[in-house]
Design a protein around this ligand. Structure first.
Ligand SMILES: Cc1cc2nc3c(=O)[nH]c(=O)nc-3n(C[C@H](O)[C@H](O)[C@H](O)COP(=O)(O)OP(=O)(O)OC[C@H]3O[C@@H](n4cnc5c(N)ncnc54)[C@H](O)[C@@H]3O)c2cc1C
Length: 434
């Protein structure tokens, strides 16, 4: 059996589905192919789905600011109804702790000012008043629980924090991807599930299609790798990894779901919080529950894994994160039973994604999302569709990178920022912060 499309997109997560949607809007006949049974069942389903603007680089923050507008305008962006309902944006705002690690947020605030993003400067006392369950003392440097000094606050207060209101989280990341699938289908896009790509076929220096595990061959002059933590496997299948200066690999991460301290409505008064002073991020899940993740402090080892063969159980990583937050929230109880998620980031060498063409004609990639690109899925869909269309029309993106003007903010970014050929970006946080 042989099928023909204008473009095959490998993966139907929050990046793959919008690429299908945007190409279909341009009139392309597209097919998203995914091993799993439904859209957004890969790492997207376990995303904390933070919609935040704080990134270490200007381009990182600019694209996230654009992404924020897509989520605020979700219904219009989709232009269709979904029989399962629409995912919701919860408007919680964001709090970021100042620390030595982030240069007391000076570069970030300069970028925010350039983009016209409003922020408030909070000293430790203000933070303690606004979020009464937080101990405003500094615990820096971030330590392992068995280190002497763990849990002992310094006599100093934290250096302060900033708050901005243009941020929040999506209540159901899998549903949001299903929403995009329905929007794409309304424009004629196709989705094929339970179908694993096992071969990328080429003819000379151009891609010509893919072969599935069941032997089906699907032909297309354009194939896009949006395989999340499996991205490096698909790049190797296509034979393009050697031509990349920046590569990707899968990193295991655990997110803890715990009851919030009693007597405080965390759902109402809590925000997305990036607390680099203790190496954690946290946010409300509901009125009395919260989640906690790691911001990859230096003292923690990275657990690089084979995405098809890794331990999906909670480990010490879970306990360490909850104990770290218990320093900041003395009222936090540490449950005996670990709850939350264990999943993978698709991490690039500098924790900045690769949104690019490849050395194989017609083969593109949106990979290396490094635990922080859920929020950007819809923008990346638009940028990749333009990149693919322009390259197929003859643009030499490696020599003259696409300049992409974003529809909500009007900001223009140099898509070459995300090139596979770049040198490691020294301005990155080299962590999930991006
Ligand atoms: C625990 C956790 C918390 C996170 N928190 C946030 C956050 O708060 N904010 C944020 O912005 N980002 C966050 N992220 C990152 C974000 O979720 C990802 O960047 C994003 O979901 C990646 O989407 P994707 O479509 O590229 O990948 P995925 O959702 O992983 O989709 C890739 C798809 O490709 C399919 N696939 C792979 N190989 C093949 C093959 N050979 N054939 C067919 N199909 C294949 C897979 O089945 C999968 O469905 C988090 C990630 C994790 C794991």
């Amino acid at each position: 059996m042989s099928d023909k499309y204008d473009a095959i997109i490998i993966g139907a997560g929050i990046l793959g589905a919008p690429i299908g949607f945007e190409l279909a809007k341009k009139g392309w006949k597209t097919l998203n192919v995914d091993t799993l049974p439904a859209a957004g069942y890969g790492s997207t389903s376990n995303s904390c789905a933070h919609i935040r603007l704080h990134y270490s680089t200007y381009d990182g923050a600019a694209i996230a600011y654009e992404g924020y507008h897509y989520w605020k305008d979700w219904e219009n962006y989709l232009g269709v109804e979904d029989e399962r309902g629409l995912a919701k944006f919860v408007d919680s705002g964001c709090v970021l702790f100042k620390s030595e690690l982030n240069n007391y947020l000076k570069p970030l605030c300069e970028n925010f000012d350039k983009m016209g993003i409003k922020w408030e400067d909070w000293d430790a006392e203000t933070l303690g008043k606004k979020i009464a369950i937080l101990d405003p003392h500094s615990f820096w440097p971030v330590r392992r629980p068995d280190d002497p000094g763990f849990g002992e606050p310094s006599s100093e207060l934290i250096a302060g924090a900033i708050f901005y209101k243009d941020g929040g989280y999506i209540n159901d990341p899998q549903l949001s991807t299903h929403n995009v699938q329905r929007a794409a289908e309304a424009k004629g896009a196709g989705f094929r599930f339970n179908s694993k790509v096992v071969e990328i076929r080429r003819d000379g220096d151009r891609v010509v299609g893919v072969t599935l595990e069941n032997g089906d061959a699907i032909d297309a002059p354009v194939v896009v790798n949006v395989a999340g933590p499996h991205s490096y496997i698909v790049n190797r299948m296509a034979g393009v990894e050697k031509g990349m200066n920046i590569k990707t690999r899968a990193l295991k991460h655990e997110v803890c779901h715990v009851p919030a301290p009693e007597g405080f409505d965390f759902g109402k008064h809590g925000s997305i919080t990036n607390d680099s002073d203790i190496g954690c991020y946290y946010r409300p899940v509901s009125r009395d529950h919260m989640l906690i993740g790691s911001v990859d402090p230096e003292c923690d080892e990275h657990e690089w894994v084979d995405p098809d063969d890794y331990d999906k159980n909670f480990t010490e990583q879970w306990t360490v994160q909850v104990m770290r937050l218990a320093q900041r929230m003395p009222g936090l109880k540490i449950p005996n039973q670990a709850k939350g998620v264990v999943d993978l980031y698709d991490v690039s060498d500098d924790w900045i994604p690769i949104y690019d063409k490849s050395d194989l004609g017609g083969f593109y990639m949106a990979v290396g999302t490094s635990g922080n690109q859920y929020k950007n899925g819809p923008v990346v869909g638009a940028m990749m569709a333009e990149l693919i269309e322009r390259c197929e029309q003859g643009l030499d993106h490696d020599a003259e990178p696409l300049q992409f003007t974003m529809k909500y903010t009007g900001l223009t970014i140099n898509a070459g920022f995300y090139s596979r050929l770049r040198e490691i970006n020294p301005d990155s946080s080299f962590s999930v912060v991006g």
